[in-house]
Every structure is written in structure tokens, then in C-alpha cells.
Unconditional design. Structure first.
Length: 339
């Protein structure tokens, strides 16, 4: 027999375990992540409207109609109740309709490609505000962040200003990853040869962490980066410190060295970066002598267009010849009356 104190401890163990969890997903500091947490809350409440009554009714039915309860009403010929049918089918149907409507609205509202319309629930974005562009590259097994407008780059460190919209341009070098900062916004995939976009905003100073949310090999569990949201003045100071530090230039040669697989890379800064580096990463032509994917596809399209143009005169001539030989029938003029 388990002692009473031990039984109480077992019942409280799940709550004690949850007390040590980081609930950042439900209490983030970024507006997009906050709206996503709100959507999760609404969805859970709507589903609990069915789950909780069902669980209560299971216990109630089991107790009321147990074999030892001789006072329970016994109706062996009962087979239908319109009221029960309406409740059983109507309530879930209404919840599904509401849940579908809410999901549809938030799916469009929180589209990661959609430019932001507000800083938070009470502050719209001024029309003159220009978003900060950050180019993120998922590597094996580290993160590269390029700030094209500031002309700097970092490894495993992401710093953004508070109350400034940030537009992430995300790609990868080898396998698919998922860029995820729980404080800021939801996850979005990073794929080689493709560019995904994420618009987000940080609403208060924070020091947290981001990571890859998609398994990508041996160093996946250590593929994390430092994330900080700072005031605009502190961000400008950080940019200047990166530029004035002894960090080198992230050119194509240094990038090819950085691209080699490594695990648990420390934070690294680059005071300058080649202006077209992200373009070459995206089109997989960083190394010398490699044709960029967009140029290759453009050349293929031009060749296909030239071949089609060359075939057109031949097809036209064949059509005229067929018509001359009477092989192509035409509809007679309706103005000619039959005799």
C-alpha cells in the first residue's frame, strides 16, 4: 500500500515538473510570437469545450450506471434522442466552424511574408519606418547573420533593435533547417537554393536564445545562437563595435572556410562583408568558376525560347503546304446557299 503522503507527491509531480519549464512560447516579448500564443490559447479553449465535458460525462456515466447501482434507470429499448443528437453533432460542428474561421484569419494575418502593420496591439508602425534587413544562413552546424545595410556579419549571434520591424531573408548551405527564436516569432524553414522571408518585431529588451528546430545531422543539438533585443542606441553602438573590432572581412574565400562543418562554434564577428555574398550563397555560386543558379536558369529559358522561335517558321510552312494540298479542311462560307 502506497502511503498517503507518497500518493500526494505523485499527484503533484507533474506540476512540479512544469514549474521548471520555460514558458516563453506563451509569454514572448515579440508581437508576432504574442499573437501566435494568443491563437494557441484560443484553440486550446475551443477544444477543451468538448474534451472537458466528455471526460466529466465518462466519470458520471461510469458511476451512475455501475452494476451495483440498482437505482439507475434501465431503458433496454431506448435507441434515439433528438436532443442528444443535436448536442452530440451540433456542438462539435460549431466548434470546428469557429476554429476553422479563427485559423483562417490568423493564417493570413500572421503570414511570415506579410509586412508588419503594427509594433504591438496599441502602436501602429509609422509610415516612414524602414525595416532592418537581416540575412540568415543555416550552416553545418552554426548560424551566419549578415546585416547588409550595416555591412557586418556575425556567427551565432543575432542582435536586433527594439520596436524596429525586422525582415529576415533566410537560406541554407546544405540541408534543410528551421530558424526559430521563441521570443520573436514562429519558426520558418531554411532551405538551400531558396529564400524564405520572416517579418517580426521585438517589443522589449531581452537576452535569450534561438536555435534550429529541424534535425540536420550530428551537430544539430548544439546549433544554437545568442539572441538579444536592445534599444536603438545600444544597437548602433554594437554595430560600431563590430566594425571597429579586429574582426576580418567575410569575403568569398573566408566564407568557404566558414562553411565547413563544425560544432559548438563560438560567437564570431566580421567588420565587413562582401555585398553580394548572400546572393551567391542563395544561388550556390560562392566558389570561383561556378555558374549561379539564376543565370543558369535564365540561359536555359533563353535557349528554349530561341528553339521555339526557330521551329515557328517550319511549322508555318508545313501548315501552308498542307492547306495547298487540300489536307486541311476549312468551314465553308455560310453566305453560300445550298441549291
Amino acid at each position: 500500500m502506497i502511503p498517503k503522503t507518497a500518493r500526494r507527491g505523485l499527484l503533484l509531480a507533474p506540476l512540479a515538473a512544469l514549474a521548471g519549464c520555460n514558458t516563453v512560447v506563451m509569454n514572448p516579448s515579440g508581437d508576432i510570437a504574442a499573437q501566435q500564443a494568443h491563437l494557441i490559447t484560443i484553440s486550446v479553449i475551443l477544444m477543451l469545450l468538448i474534451i472537458v465535458p466528455v471526460m466529466i460525462l465518462i466519470i458520471w456515466f461510469a458511476r451512475k450506471y455501475r452494476a451495483s447501482n440498482t437505482e439507475a434507470e434501465y431503458l433496454p429499448d431506448w435507441d434515439h434522442s433528438t436532443k442528444l443528437e443535436l448536442v452530440i453533432w451540433g456542438a462539435p460542428l460549431l466548434i470546428i466552424i469557429v476554429l476553422g474561421l479563427v485559423t483562417w484569419i490568423y493564417t493570413h494575418k500572421l503570414d511570415p511574408y506579410r509586412p508588419l502593420e503594427r509594433l504591438d496591439a496599441n502602436r501602429p508602425i509609422p509610415a516612414s519606418t524602414k525595416p532592418l534587413v537581416v540575412q540568415a544562413v543555416a550552416m553545418d552546424w552554426k548560424w551566419l547573420f549578415i546585416y547588409p545595410e550595416q555591412g557586418i556579419a556575425t556567427v551565432n549571434e543575432l542582435v536586433v533593435p527594439v520596436d524596429v520591424p525586422v525582415r529576415f531573408k533566410i537560406s541554407a548551405t546544405s540541408v534543410m533547417n528551421a530558424f526559430y527564436v521563441p521570443e520573436l516569432a514562429g519558426m520558418i524553414y531554411a532551405m538551400p537554393g531558396m529564400e524564405t522571408t520572416l517579418n517580426a518585431v521585438q517589443n522589449k529588451p531581452i537576452q535569450s536564445m534561438g536555435f534550429s528546430a529541424n534535425y540536420s545531422g550530428a551537430g544539430y543539438s548544439d546549433m544554437r545562437f545568442s539572441y538579444r533585443g536592445v534599444a536603438q542606441g545600444d544597437f548602433d553602438g554594437w554595430v560600431q563595435s563590430v566594425k571597429s573590432s579586429s574582426a576580418g572581412n567575410l569575403d568569398r574565400a573566408n566564407y568557404l572556410t566558414l562553411e565547413k562543418p563544425s560544432i559548438k562554434d563560438p560567437v564570431r564577428h566580421y567588420g565587413s562583408v562582401d555585398g553580394d555574398l548572400f546572393y551567391r550563397v542563395l544561388n550556390r555560386c560562392v566558389a570561383d568558376g561556378v555558374v549561379c543558379m539564376d543565370k543558369m536558369m535564365q540561359e536555359d529559358a533563353n535557349k528554349a525560347r530561341e528553339m521555339a522561335m526557330r521551329r515557328m517558321p517550319q511549322q508555318a510552312a508545313a501548315t501552308r503546304l498542307a492547306q495547298a494540298n487540300g489536307e486541311v479542311c476549312t468551314t465553308p462560307d455560310e453566305s453560300v446557299k445550298k441549291k
